[in-house]
Design a protein around this ligand. Structure first.
Ligand code: KG4
Ligand code: ZN
Length: 341
């Protein structure tokens, strides 16, 4: 089987061609970072319009790289949840159109499950059952993953996602967008103990949720006090920017590692798979690896190229296709995250 996978959940326009043996025949990602940079965050309408312009060229390029004619595709897969409504719709309409014209089956991909599946692709071996942790710009979520089609919600952020906190704090510090890599870069020269930022929910063991908005606010108070503030006019000295970045980054990493440890303890599982853009963070990868090795947990963190949004991880569609889980053309987008009440 050869599957074309589409990814337009947020601000990356991506297409990949994968086989049922999980060979990646092509992967194309058109990043929109340059379009959103001056807003220091993703502007949904701009993202959707850019997907309209870019998706077909990206699909063409993927098919060209793979040297697979459209007629040879076995199915079209598309991430239809969760994400920005307008962005999701562009991918879904394109996928449905290809399915109608080519008379091929349509397969739905859950973007968060796909982030975990990136670990399966990279490791080359079965990684299920495992605990799955997704740390991205839009999500910070823990799942018990019994199989590629059984994901049980364990916990998630009750306010901001970890990546969103990175992006907002970077904006306060006058750093570039996306904020995660920018903070990681300047934090190299800073002292992670310079500021005693809070570690929200770290000591809370009755559930597996996360919270990052209070940490973000603590950074704001530390650099600008409690009154109104024009961050663009702050002009903090570079040493202070480095110290705030390093202290903030350490606080986020402590929270993520602490919740991951608790999730392993509560589920009794021995394998952890981590994906999403924030999983590209070097400090997080190193500290998580140290803690999980000490706890005798088998750790899989998605390789850098598969951490941020891409269509290769949509290869999880192969599992669904094998199980006969194809969708009617009435399939809709589901922008919100489905979490238990
Ligand atoms: O998974 P992703 O590409 O998109 C979403 O599905 O949200 O994640 C993007 C997020 C952004 O918030 C970005 O700042 C963050 O991942 N990010 C990082 C790093 N690289 C990307 N955060 C911390 N450290 C990094 N090195
Ligand atoms: Zn993502």
């Amino acid at each position: 089987m050869i599957v074309l996978t589409l990814e337009t959940t947020c601000d990356e326009t991506a297409a990949a061609v994968v086989t049922d043996q999980l060979e990646v025949l092509a992967s194309v990602v058109a990043s929109q970072d340059a379009l959103h940079e001056r807003f220091r965050g993703v502007v949904p309408e701009i993202a959707a319009r850019a997907h309209v312009q870019r998706l077909l060229p990206v699909v063409d390029e993927a098919l060209r790289q793979a040297q697979v004619p459209l007629a040879d595709l076995s199915a079209i897969a598309v991430a239809n949840t969760p994400g920005l409504a307008g962005s999701l719709l562009i991918g879904l309409v394109a996928a449905k159109t290809l399915c109608v014209v080519l008379r091929k089956p349509l397969v739905a991909v859950n973007h968060l499950h796909a982030h975990i599946y990136a670990c399966r692709l990279a490791s080359g071996v079965d990684v299920f059952p495992c605990v799955g942790l997704i740390v991205s710009g839009g999500h910070t979520t823990l799942y018990r993953c019994a199989s590629p089609s059984q994901f049980e919600w364990l916990g998630g952020t009750i306010d901001d996602a970890a990546g969103e906190a990175f992006d907002k704090v970077a904006s306060m510090l006058g750093l570039t967008y996306p904020g995660g890599p920018a903070i990681a870069r300047v934090a190299e020269g800073g002292n992670p103990r310079a500021y005693a930022f809070p570690r929200p929910l770290l000591r809370e063991t009755s559930h597996l949720d996360f919270s990052f908005s209070g940490l973000k606010t603590a950074v704001r108070y530390a650099i600008a006090g409690q009154g109104p503030c024009d961050f663009a006019a702050l002009r903090l000295p570079p040493e202070q920017v480095a110290d705030v970045a390093a202290s903030f980054q350490q606080a986020v990493v402590d929270c993520l590692v602490g919740r991951a440890v608790l999730a392993m303890r509560r589920t009794g599982l021995r394998r952890l798979c981590v994906g999403g853009g924030v999983a590209a963070n070097r400090l997080f990868r190193e500290q998580l690896a140290g803690v999980m090795a000490a706890a005798d947990v088998e750790l899989h963190v998605a390789p850098l190229a598969l951490c941020t949004d891409n269509a290769v991880m949509g290869a999880i569609a192969v599992e669904r296709l094998r199980a006969g889980e194809v969708e009617p053309l009435e399939l809709d987008v589901l922008p919100g995250l489905v979490r238990p009440a």
